[in-house]
Design a protein. Sequence first.
Length: 178
Amino acid sequence: MTTYTICVFSENTFGLLNKITIIFTRRRINIESLTVSETERKGVSRYTITIKHTSRTEVEKLVRQVRRVVEVLAVFGYLNEEIVHNEIALFKIPTPIGAKPIDIEAINRNFKAWVIYWGLDYVVVEKSGSEEEIQDFFRYIKPHGILEFVRSGRVAVGKTPKGLVEFLPEDAEWEYYL
């Protein structure tokens, strides 16, 4: 299975997420991760969707079908080597009295993870990086116990020299988001 990242740029409209995900459902393609955010342009949203699929042809058909949705401005399908990507994860780790202490310095130095909240009985550690880096940290911290774990979807930008502005319709005046 190959990992594909599909980036969809659209108008920020109600119900569009449903329209897009239905296309995946009808094609029986499971969405591994989904992140939606504003872009540098007001009124323009970016959907970053990660899927695992064996057929590049099927993924290309999917991209063409998403492109036909009226509110969609641009769609791109990428392989991992064509993008710069990251995820973020939060780990809530217990710190009971008398337990083996967590080596915060090793966490910072070796895993580039940071304690972002100190509670009386637990700490919350933030780790950003690739899916593999987050899994490595998960395996490292698991013996200490994990009270909660949450991981974001992938965020990505293409390695192309062009940005979003080159792909937006030319007949509209787009304001920068501040």
